[in-house]
Design a protein around this ligand. Structure first.
Ligand code: MSP
Length: 509
């Protein structure tokens, strides 16, 4: 099985922030999960470097846009490395491989008559890189970001979006998983109840030359949104490696934030369809991280820097918080207080304690060697018993991940962790030891070891460093990180454990 997943290409006019990191962490979890299942994964991310916004940001710093982009791109790469983002390809829209495919698509659509020249008159919002009509703008401001728009009148090229509106409506109607979650599909369906305007896809060089050349016009470059979307087919080999393209396209998931849904769910499928290419399987639009009720913005000075969060609290604590705190798809409110609570309760108390005290007991009662368990009986196979719950974990996680519901997957893992913690309280192994009930004690330690072993594998996609550290302490090898081993009994009696320091020290606020 193949799995192709993409992130948006981030604008390089500023540093990466928590919102960008959220999308990439989500894609990383899905990629790692599919790899764990043995699928062949292509996970791509990158940067969007053309357009007015980048040109203006470069001018402010008295740099050329190219030099400016070269300065910012490494900050994205550095963040992805810090966050353990396991991407396979990083594409920049200024690369020759990208521009070549953009030119091919432009040529194809032009020859087909789907691109035509005309006069554009309307309003433009630079921060959103979007055109608006008179009826759309609100008191001289952009309906999306509420910043001032400028009036523009110039000759440009247009793409016949309107010609394909009916096709798109039918396609969405017959493909339930095309736009997810359902609330976003409904949003697009109601947007499509009104006639689509054709899309202006160029800029005259006299106003903006920082863009991809248009093969049939000396005077224009392409509109940033037209070129950037095309990266998704460039990455998997369109126009350069047909076998690879056939293998990976259509993309399984375009992961985006809800802010850029229309470009992905309306313009992009129509561009592909007009060019004779099938649409992606799923476009998933997640929610926004806010600060309280506010949008993060430079002017409010409330932007959260992911690097500083990671330096303060660690990568996996940061990943855990983003994935666990909010059901994926909904908006969330970021605060350090909430992050600290999650660290202390879920990571330090529940997971960290279970590992530490179980390994301490195996050290104390069995000299650091996993004991052998007696056979499994009927009472082990009823809901609530550890054996039963361990055996059910994979299906619970698979169901949640298939629905792209990360918090639910983590809840299932934590239910098992907490059941094991309760089991220790109820069975009081220290009493068993005192009363010399050695067989019972052995059974119990083996079961707790099994919980930790399956949890260490299940956590790999979510918290890769923690999973690795747990496996080390549990005396497991790399090849033990196999989804097929998330089941009771794969752990080997006789394994020597290596108890280490607690995984997540408590944070005193
Ligand atoms: N360059 C375009 C995308 C082109 S894709 C072919 C763009 N770039 S962006 O830098 O503005 O990134 C937007 C994306 O960043 C959102 O879709 C989302 O994935 C992420 N986020 C930005 N701010 C966010 C939040 N506050 N919260 C969550 N994610 C958000 O648009």
């Amino acid at each position: 099985m193949k799995f192709y997943i993409t992130t948006p290409l981030y604008y390089v006019n500023g540093n990466p922030h928590i919102g960008h990191s959220y999308t990439n962490i989500a894609c990383d979890v899905l990629s790692r999960f599919k790899r764990l299942k043995g699928d062949e994964v292509l996970f791509s991310t990158g940067t969007d470097e053309y357009g007015q916004k980048i040109r203006d940001a470069a001018l402010e710093k008295e740099m050329t846009p190219a030099a400016f982009a070269d300065m910012v791109v490494p900050r994205f790469r550095e963040l992805w490395k810090k966050l353990n983002i396991s991407y396979d390809d990083f594409i920049r829209t200024t690369e020759a491989r990208h521009e070549k495919v953009v030119a091919q698509i432009l040529e194809l659509l032009y020859k087909k008559g789907d691109l035509y020249e005309g006069e554009y008159s309307g309003w433009y919002c630079t921060p959103c890189e979007s055109f608006w009509t008179k009826s759309q703008i609100v008191e001289g401001t952009c309906p999306d970001c509420k910043r001032p728009v400028e009036h523009i009148k110039e000759r440009n090229f247009f793409f016949r979006l309107s010609k394909y509106q009916k096709w798109l409506v039918d396609y969405i109607g017959s493909h339930e998983d095309f736009i997810l979650p359902a609330i976003r599909r409904n949003e697009i369906s109601s947007f499509l109840k009104n006639p689509l305007n054709d899309l202006c896809i160029s800029r005259p060089k006299s106003r903006l030359s920082w863009g991809v050349e248009i093969p049939f016009s000396q005077d224009h470059v392409t509109y940033v949104w037209f070129d950037a979307l095309i990266n998704y087919i460039t990455v998997c080999g369109y126009g350069s490696d047909n076998r690879r393209f056939k293998k990976f396209w259509p993309a399984d998931i375009h992961m985006i934030g809800k802010d850029i849904l229309r470009m992905h769910a309306v313009n992009w499928p129509i561009m592909l369809h007009a060019a004779g290419i099938s649409p992606p399987r799923t476009i998933f639009a997640h929610g926004w991280w806010k600060i309280g009720e506010d949008k993060m913005s430079k002017s409010k000075g409330n932007i959260v820097d992911p690097l500083s969060m990671v330096d303060k609290y660690g990568v996996d604590a940061y990943r855990y918080f983003l994935l666990r705190e909010v059901p994926f798809g909904m908006d969330g409110s970021f605060s350090e207080g909430a992050l600290i609570s999650r660290i202390n309760s879920d990571l330090a108390n529940d997971l960290g304690n279970l590992l530490h005290r179980t390994l301490s007991m195996i050290d104390k009662y069995f000299s650091g060697v996993v004991p052998e368990r007696r056979g499994v009986s009927d009472t082990d196979n009823i809901p609530g018993a550890l054996v039963y719950e361990i055996n059910n974990l994979t299906s619970k996680i698979e169901t949640a991940v298939d629905k792209i519901n990360f918090s639910q997957a983590l809840v299932s893992i934590w239910e098992l962790i907490n059941r094991a913690n309760k089991f220790i309280e109820q069975k009081a192994p220290w009493k068993l030891s005192k009363e010399k009930k050695i067989d019972e004690l052995k059974d119990m330690m083996y079961d707790l070891y099994e919980v930790l072993r399956v949890v260490s594998i299940a956590l790999l996609p979510f918290l890769p460093m923690t999973s690795e550290e747990m496996m080390k302490q549990l005396g497991l090898k790399k090849e033990d990180a196999d989804i097929k081993k998330i089941g009771f009994g794969h752990g080997k009696a006789g394994t020597r454990i290596n108890k280490g320091s607690p995984l997540f020290p408590r944070i005193e606020s």
